[in-house]
Write a protein that binds this ligand. Structure first.
Ligand code: FAD
Length: 471
């Protein structure tokens, strides 16, 4: 028999449920497949840097698969509908009996998979696996069998369930047959950007994970909120497209810090807690599919009258708001495709609460720039910051961007790295450089703040209040 493994968001050969299942019978021929859908990517606003990262990792995967005796087929077609037609053709051509893939939980992806199953049935059997999370969606529920809407009780339940064990990390399957020829993978019909900060390949991801768990996880609680220290794992690009599995992360963390689950105040537990946020947001989009359709979780926030003005949105995108920590962060995103978590919170809050701009515009912009773009995590983060989501920041709690800067970049190291115009500003004034310039009687080549925070705060509170009262 000939088995087909369809690689999607799981570009790895280690701990890959679909690949392992397809390789179970040593005598079967196994073929791998990747489908590029540039029109769909465009609709989803996928960042060019993420497309570049996918491509590099696909080339690396092709090599690893070849060493196992598995050839990689590549299809390029417009969108998900077209991909179903093309896969059916490929199955017919190769006489495929079974197709294996790991589940993706977003609405469009689930619809595509249902369409595929209907198209291939009954001749070809589809095997779909829960692989992308530590515990599958709909498996961590309240006593009433509902999805949690608050993170902490979800996390507590998650911890008790995970202690009963998770699916073990699956080894790389044994090699079969001769090494196939490596056929060239055509260019994607999609813009591509290089990803210098994040070299491709499973080995790179595994190495980064090992180093992080050994050397930095213990201090994660202390350092994670300081962007200048760069002490988080920076594994998100690899997790987002599945070059690394979250089980590999969990198991490595356990190997280095065996008791961490009993020490909730440890660095290791705090890092694990972030992995659980990732789980929470993925479970949420399955329980509440409207989250994938640009809907807020809190319905009344649909009534907020957002500021339609273009100039301040552009200033935010370009990192020219006159608020140094916001601008430094946006420039980090624009130049590297990645942004530190604390800064994602600060910049998202600034867009929504200081500029009163619809959070969905920010969500879209982030996805169009992030190398780790992930619908569930990005939507969760945006709805949290915008006070429109489950368990989000209450709308009346508004970050002050200057105070946030002082707290998390006290000496302005991070700001100076990304906003060279502020290089000369004295440390004490780095968060309010225009005041310094005024005192010095000089002009900075840096914008004045585009809003007054205290006034903006009042406007935002009013806008949310009006919406809440249905006015
Ligand atoms: P670490 O601190 O080392 O954490 C380890 C892993 O846990 C991360 O790689 C990530 O997979 C996961 N994780 C950490 N924090 C969160 C979180 N708050 N929510 C969900 N998962 C988390 N993360 C994405 O992967 N893709 C996104 O598109 C994305 N968009 C975001 C948008 C906003 C507005 C906010 C506030 C957060 C967003 N995050 C997103 C979450 C988080 O900022 C990044 O996962 C994190 O900064 C990645 O850096 P790291 O790998 O060093 O994380």
């Amino acid at each position: 028999a000939t088995q087909l493994v369809w690689f999607r968001n799981d570009l790895r050969i280690t701990d890959n449920s679909a690949l392992s299942a397809a390789c179970r019978c040593a005598d079967d021929k196994v073929i791998a497949l990747f489908v590029a859908t540039p029109e769909q990517w465009k609709n989803h606003n996928m960042a060019a840097i993420q497309a570049g990262f996918i491509r590099s990792n696909l080339l690396s995967l092709q090599h690893s698969l070849a060493a196992l005796g598995i050839p990689l087929e590549f299809i390029q077609c417009d969108d998900f509908d077209a991909s179903v037609v093309e896969i059916k053709r490929l199955c017919d051509r190769h006489g495929i009996s079974d197709i294996y893939y790991n589940k993706q939980y977003q609405v469009n992806e689930l619809r595509r998979d249902r369409q595929l199953e209907a198209t291939l049935s009954p001749d070809i059997i589809c095997h779909a696996f829960d692989d992308a999370l530590l515990l599958p969606p709909n498996s961590v529920l309240t006593g009433n069998g509902d999805m949690y809407q608050i993170f902490t009780p979800f996390r507590n339940r998650f911890v008790s369930q995970i202690q009963q064990g998770i699916q073990p990390v699956r080894p790389v399957p044994k090699a079969r047959g001769d090494k196939p020829e490596l056929t060239a993978i055509p260019e994607f019909n999609y813009p591509i950007l290089p990803h210098d900060d994040f070299p491709a390949g499973e080995q790179e991801a595994i190495q980064r994970l090992r180093t992080f768990c050994r050397e930095r996880a213990a201090d994660y609680l202390k350092h994670r909120d300081i962007p200048a220290l760069d002490m988080t794992s920076r594994l998100s690009p690899y997790l987002a497209i599945g070059v690394l599995s979250v089980r590999q992360c969990y198991n490595r963390l356990l190997a280095e810090h065996p008791d961490f689950l009993s020490h909730p105040d440890s660095g290791a537990f705090t890092w694990f807690n972030e992995l659980v946020w990732r789980e929470f947001y993925h479970h949420l989009i399955v329980a509440y599919p409207q989250l994938c359709k640009h809907r807020p979780f809190i319905e009344w926030t649909q009534g907020v009258q957002w500021n339609p003005e273009e100039a301040s949105f552009i200033a935010w995108c370009e990192g020219k708001t006159g608020y140094p920590i916001v601008d430094a962060a946006m420039r980090q995103l624009n130049q590297t495709g990645w942004m530190h978590n604390r800064l994602r919170m600060i910049t998202a809050s600034f867009l929504v609460k200081d500029l009163l701009i619809d959070w969905r515009r920010g969500e879209r912009y982030f996805i169009s720039r992030l190398i780790d773009g992930d619908l569930a995590a990005n939507n969760g983060g945006w709805q949290w910051a915008a006070s429109t989501g489950t368990d989000s920041a209450p709308y009346f709690r508004i970050f002050n961007p200057t105070t946030q800067g002082k707290r998390f970049d006290p000496q302005g190291h991070f700001i100076r790295q990304w906003v060279p115009e502020l290089q000369e500003v004295a440390e004490k004034w780095i968060h309010t450089p225009h005041l310094w310039a005024e005192k010095q009687g000089i002009e900075l080549d840096y914008p004045q703040p585009i809003v007054d925070h205290s006034q903006a705060r009042i406007n935002t509170l009013n806008a949310f209040e009006m919406a809440r009262k249905g006015m």
